[in-house]
Design a protein. Sequence first.
Length: 251
Amino acid sequence: MKIVVIGGTGLIGSKTVERLRAKGHEVVAASPNSGVNTITGEGLAEALAGAQVVVDLANSPSFEDKAVMDFFQTSGRNLLGAEKTAGVKHHIALSVVGTERLQGSGYFRAKKAQEDLIRGSGIAYTIVHSTQFFEFMGSIAQSGTVGGKALVSTAFVQPIASDDVADVMAQVAVSDPLNGMMEIAGPERVPLNELVQRYLKKFDDPREVIADPHALYFGVELDDGSLVPGVNPRIGQIRFDDWLRTSARKP
């Protein structure tokens, strides 16, 4: 089967491509560097010719409200239009647990706009809502850092390893479309500030983590239900401390 992975050279994309190729599929790792650009449309028709499945893992290079909305709307329209022309049978997109609950954030409004385009496209689809990746803990700490202290929300999260995300994306790519949404999450539900503290300690980072219930996340204040999955999510196998010990890389 021919599968096109948009964002195929990124964190999740490269791992997903590797897994699908290992199963014997013809996989196109599409990115601007490979001549496939969903914003300009460059290379889309050629990449999608003969493809049965598209996995969209692209993310906006800017999180500024207008820029991120423009990215997901333009990319989504161009990609879905090209898929219709090519006769793609299954569109898969990676999105975020809590998107519908966090519409005060420009980033999450843009993700919802992306999802709405998919649902209205007429192409069979699966939307995978994932919790935060373990690999994001450093950038979360950085976004809240003021004067050597990291202000981090105390809200519960249930983050997941990128390897577990890629396992799911590769499996969904060879499965029937849900024409709906599924959720994936890690095995532990923990306050976000505690995870960031464990991450910084691993790398002997001297920043003090300040537990702040009002600290913003992508521009919105969280509660304990904001970023955690609902009933019956798909649960990853890798625990945070095991990932820290074996796979974490210094930011």
